[in-house]
Design a protein around this ligand. Structure first.
Ligand code: AMP
Length: 194
């Protein structure tokens, strides 16, 4: 399996690029943010619990996310591979993901970080907020908190995979097609390694 973590701060383009990459490489795209928004729209207990945290720009508890990841991996056992979008977001989630994949005799091939400056992130998120309907994209203080939570809690996930020799940085500014070309080359070389 070609399992790749598409990593980067909020607004770095993970969702946009994952949608294109999954077609190109025949992979499953799992986004914990999308799954949580699905729970919110169905008004499940999990969705209601998650909503208040998401609206504040805070992380949903690891146990909730790890449960979701586990059932998604089980649901896609026969997949060619997985693009992980929006997780792991903490070191605990990364350790849990590694164990879940090990049980399936597979592993993370690489963590690919989209590198984008803070100013560009903020302007992209505010722009997205005009049409996405996402309340966490509409308020500058919430956007800044999400970027801060990324730096504090999520950036260490990159170190977790860097020490395993699996970290790759990609320039995340430019046109969607330019960034897609850069990512495709990286995905291609990871595919050749597995
Ligand atoms: P995203 O769509 O990835 O930007 O996620 C939107 C929000 O959902 C985040 O700000 C968090 O509140 C929550 N969320 C998504 N994925 C995770 C995760 N892996 N761990 C914790 N919270 C998450």
């Amino acid at each position: 399996m070609l399992n790749i973590i598409l990593f980067g701060p909020p607004g770095s383009g993970k969702g946009t690029q994952a949608s294109k990459l999954k077609e190109e490489f025949n992979l499953i795209h799992i986004s914990t943010g999308d799954l949580l928004r699905g729970e919110i729209s169905k008004e499940t207990p999990l969705g209601l619990e998650a909503k208040s945290l998401m609206d504040k720009g805070l992380l949903v508890p690891d146990e909730v996310i790890i449960g979701m990841i586990s059932s998604q991996i089980d649901a896609h056992e026969d997949a060619n591979g997985i693009i992980c979008d929006g997780f792991p977001r903490t070191t605990a989630q990364a350790e849990a993901l590694d164990k879940l994949l090990e049980i399936k005799s597979t592993k993370v091939a690489g963590l690919v970080e989209l590198v984008v400056g803070d100013e560009e992130l903020t302007s992209r998120l505010l722009e997205r907020g005009k049409t996405s309907g996402r309340s966490d994209d509409q308020d500058i203080a919430t956007i800044q908190r999400r970027i801060q939570v990324y730096k504090n809690d999520t950036a260490p996930v990159a170190d977790h995979y860097r020490t395993k020799g699996k970290y790759i940085a990609v320039e995340g500014e430019g046109t969607i097609d330019e960034i897609f070309d850069r990512l495709s080359k990286v995905f291609q070389s990871l595919d050749e390694e597995v």
